[in-house]
Design a binder for this molecule. Sequence first.
Ligand code: HEC
Length: 127
Amino acid sequence: MKLIALITIGLALGACTYDEGPFTGPGQDPDQKSVSFANDIQPIFNLYCTNCHSDRHSKLKLVPSLSYNQLMLDGLRAPYVDIQVPDNSLILGYLKGIPTTMPPSGPIPGFEIETISRWIESGAKND
Ligand code: HEC
């Protein structure tokens, strides 16, 4: 009986930490009004990109201290982030497999791509 009570309390406490919806990754709520670079976008980079896109590897550095300024620089064939025509953003292309998929191991969940897309559509602010 005692054990069941403990398990019940445990489940109740556990449930509280997940009250933001069914998603568990960074940038979790695609319906939220505004997307914050620091709170929603950078955590996605930290999770999927920075093991390669760091100081020692790629031209495009996505580590917290450099990522925003890097994204504001032009990519090779298109701007990484194009506020005027969001679909032209190089970073969105790569996330969707154009010309190749980033990360190379396979695409990140669609709702996280959507979060990045909405950040660009809302002006790609450094907030
Ligand atoms: C396993 C390593 C690896 C991971 C993880 C990875 N990338 Fe890459 N990425 C590369 C390599 C290698 C290149 C091509 C060479 C270069 O730009 O240095 C590249 C190129 C790119 C480019 C094009 C750069 C340019 O100037 O043309 C973009 C944009 C990009 N990655 C975005 C991302 C994003 C966003 C993530 C995370 C969602 C990610 N990558 C995860 C290895 C990786």
